[in-house]
Ligand binder design. Structure first.
Ligand SMILES: Cc1cc2nc3c(=O)[nH]c(=O)nc-3n(C[C@H](O)[C@H](O)[C@H](O)COP(=O)(O)OP(=O)(O)OC[C@H]3O[C@@H](n4cnc5c(N)ncnc54)[C@H](O)[C@@H]3O)c2cc1C
Length: 389
């Protein structure tokens, strides 16, 4: 039977970064991916400045299709656009971006087996066995980086509850680059109030606009119909190929380890529940999981108890931030008229919110800043509406 020190299941951003780190430290690292790389991944492709800062290498310039310095936010008939001086995010195509991350893992020494699906995991006393569509492997530990529909997670936690998962539907609208730039340049567009606990987006890319909506899955009964309505309202062609995909929401307390298994990225549910950003947390959790695995190699301890320090490190790094993100999401969706109106009308409310997206402040700080200002800003909104009557 083929032996490795660590097997990483799933070659998305979380798996690729975990594999790179483990291989760099000299561990015999197997990266299993059920699809052939490069593979399609439904995503708006926004990589925040905070996410990029987690990488110890610069991504190649030709992966960057557009740069983002701000956002246009729309709610009912309110609309505002704010741009910052520094770059908030870059926009990429996930097939090429993820393949690039995987190439970095392979360069570091990880062995990639793509087009090979992990089917079953057996947690034994002295090792862990992974069965795939091809054969069986033995290792000391497994990192489950197999996304929202994770097979590995079955050995760690309860399935996500329906109201803890978002459902997204999206499509690419082909456009000439001039049309893309005339629609939106140097920014991304968000539409609130069209999906419960979610939003619609229009992200500019190379010769296309990436358009989608996402909301809590229990509320997205007929996603295609909703999406077509959204496209019509924006004046886009509706004859497009759509894809739907679930997205876990972070901020909930979940198990992320069991004996010889650590979950990372979407498999662990590490996604910003307000913005839907997951790549940054895939990077951070991938790195922290690799760090924990290396420590386990030093003291030969792979039990759930030993691995649990990974969860505390994630807690410290970002889980509290995701919890506050969930509070903000619930608050805004409970009082949409107040909060979405402010976001789509008040430059300071949006500008400060963009600091969160860029990773310069966290949700706790944003909430502490926002809440005391709500009455004053609302009064301002009401009085200017009155004056413009
Ligand atoms: C519509 C949409 C838009 C989004 N937009 C953004 C955005 O703009 N910015 C952002 O930061 N986040 C965004 N996200 C979230 C982001 O896509 C995820 O958080 C991110 O991909 C998580 O990375 P991951 O490596 O954990 O999982 P994934 O990227 O899902 O990778 C998991 C990998 O595991 C493989 N796999 C699955 N099962 C197996 C198996 N049994 N054996 C072997 N391999 C397996 C899969 O093929 C896949 O390659 C979006 C998500 C959606 C759905």
């Amino acid at each position: 039977m083929e032996e490795h020190d660590v097997i990483i299941i799933g070659a998305g951003p979380a798996g690729a970064i975990a594999a790179k780190r483990c291989a760099e430290e000299g561990l015999r690292t197997l990266l299993l991916e059920r699809k052939k790389i490069p593979r399609f991944k439904l995503c708006a492709g926004g990589i925040s400045a905070g996410a990029l800062a987690e990488l110890d290498f610069r991504i190649e310039e030709d992966l960057i299709e557009r740069e983002c310095y701000g956002a246009r936010v729309c709610y009912k008939d309110h609309q505002i656009e704010v741009k910052k001086r520094s770059r908030m995010a870059v926009l990429v195509s996930r097939d090429r971006f993820d393949a690039y991350l995987v190439s970095k893992a392979v360069e570091a020494g990880a062995v990639l087996h793509d087009d090979e699906r992990a089917t079953t995991v057996h947690q034994r006393d002295g090792c862990i066995l992974v069965e795939t569509s091809e054969k069986e492997y033995r290792a000391e530990v497994v990192i489950g980086a197999d996304g929202v529909n994770s097979t590995t997670a079955k050995y760690v936690r309860e399935p996500f509850k329906p109201d803890e998962v978002g459902l997204c539907i999206a499509a690419d609208i082909p456009k000439e680059n001039e049309e893309v730039d005339s629609y939106i340049e140097g920014a991304v567009e968000f539409h609130f109030g069209i999906a419960k606990m979610g939003y619609g987006w229009v992200f500019p890319k190379e010769r296309r606009l990436s358009v989608g909506i996402g909301g809590v899955s229990t509320d997205m009964k007929d996603p295609k119909k909703r999406f077509i309505e959204f496209l019509q309202k924006r004046g886009f062609d509706t004859d497009v190929t759509t894809h739907t995909y679930p997205l876990p929401r972070g901020g909930y307390d979940r198990e992320v380890c069991s004996d010889r298994i650590i979950l990372v990225g979407d498999a662990a549910g590490f996604v910003d529940p307000f913005m839907g950003e997951g790549i940054k947390y895939a990077f951070i959790s991938g790195k922290l999981a690799a760090k924990r695995v290396l420590k386990s190699y030093e003291n030969d301890r792979f039990s759930k108890r030993a691995l649990e320090s990974y969860k505390s490190e994630c807690d410290e790094a970002f889980i509290e931030h995701l919890r506050y993100g969930l509070k903000l999401t619930r608050l805004m969706n409970r009082y949409p008229e107040i909060f979405f109106t402010l976001l789509a009308e008040n430059e300071r409310v949006l500008s400060k919110g963009l600091e969160v997206i860029a990773g310069r402040i966290d949700y706790k700080e944003y909430l502490k800043w926002l809440i005391p200002r709500v009455p004053r800003y609302m009064l301002h909104t009401i009085s200017s509406a009155w004056r413009n009557k």
